[in-house]
Design a protein around this ligand. Structure first.
Ligand code: NAP
Length: 250
């Protein structure tokens, strides 16, 4: 049963071809929204999700867009506005990791992660700001991480980008509040996806054991909070970072 009714709403979700993004796409489409989503390389998977969502009565349109590419992001947002006439919400979910201890981290690994995980979010927010400002309503949800708050050895690039998202979220929330555009950030802890599949079984167990709820999150448990932030039920919340982490970062 759908938790929120998004009938008639138009949402943009970056990186919707796998993991948390796929779950966000499926959740919002099941709740009545028309979803526009992106992938980087996974065209086949995007096609399969499109067909499956359609079979369940929902609508998602995918396009290949590298969020690190300024022109591609702008063109994608323009295309959505042209086709759908509005954008009610943007979910900045696309993200990558290039982990390594600082002595061994290349400048390329630093730059790639910052460009995709932080600058890409800036591009998308700037592109939707104009249509949302003329609508005088809108929602932006950024997918951060608890490592952006507490740090993580081996992830100076990733945690810096996610920490940057906190500043971006709060500044943008202040800038856009007068137009009734709400900007929030969700900080997941440990979610089992391709991104965390690189961990060994021992590392996964140690991580789960350190979480008060003693388990990882499902992607759906992140998607339902995204849906809340896009819904009318969160109309007085802006500039917030909500940890969805089973109590890990208390
Ligand atoms: P994932 O399974 O690795 O999926 C990443 C998604 O982002 C894919 O759809 C991928 O597209 C897309 N993507 C990657 N680079 C892109 C680019 N340059 N342009 C457009 N799309 C791009 O990751 P995930 O675990 O679902 O993570 C989703 C978000 O949650 C990320 O922002 C991540 O930092 C955050 N997060 C995850 C966890 C966790 O434990 N998993 C915890 C905290 C925060 P392709 O399929 O085409 O490659």
């Amino acid at each position: 049963m759908a938790a929120f009714d998004h009938t008639g709403k138009v949402f943009v979700v970056t990186g919707g071809s796998r993991g948390i993004g796929e779950s966000i796409v499926r959740t919002l489409a099941a709740e009545g929204a028309t979803v526009y989503s992106t992938y980087n390389a996974n065209a086949e998977r995007a096609q399969a999700i499109t067909a499956d969502v359609a079979e369940r009565g929902g609508t998602v349109h995918y396009q290949s867009v590298d969020v690190a590419n300024e022109d591609a992001v702008k063109a994608f947002v323009d295309h959505v506005v042209q086709q759908a006439g509005r954008i009610d919400g943007l979910v900045n979910n696309a993200g990558i990791t290039r982990d390594g201890l600082i002595m061994r981290m290349s400048s390329k690994d630093w730059n790639d992660v910052l460009q995709t995980n932080l600058t890409g979010v800036f591009y998308a927010c700037r592109a939707v700001a104009r249509p949302m400002m003329s609508q005088r309503t809108g929602r932006i949800v950024n997918i951060g991480s608890i490592v952006g708050l507490g740090g993580n050895a081996g992830q100076v690039n990733y945690s810096s980008a996610k920490a940057g998202l906190v500043g971006l979220t709060r500044s943008l929330a202040r800038e856009l509040a007068s137009r009734n555009i709400l900007v929030n950030c969700i900080a997941p802890g440990y979610v089992e996806t391709d991104m965390t599949d690189k961990l060994t079984e021992d590392q996964k167990k140690a991580f789960s054991d350190s979480i008060p709820l003693k388990r990882s999150a499902t992607a759906e448990e992140i998607a339902s909070v995204v849906s809340f932030f896009l819904s009318d039920r969160s109309s007085y919340i802006t500039g917030q970072v909500l940890n969805v982490d089973g109590g890990l970062a208390m």
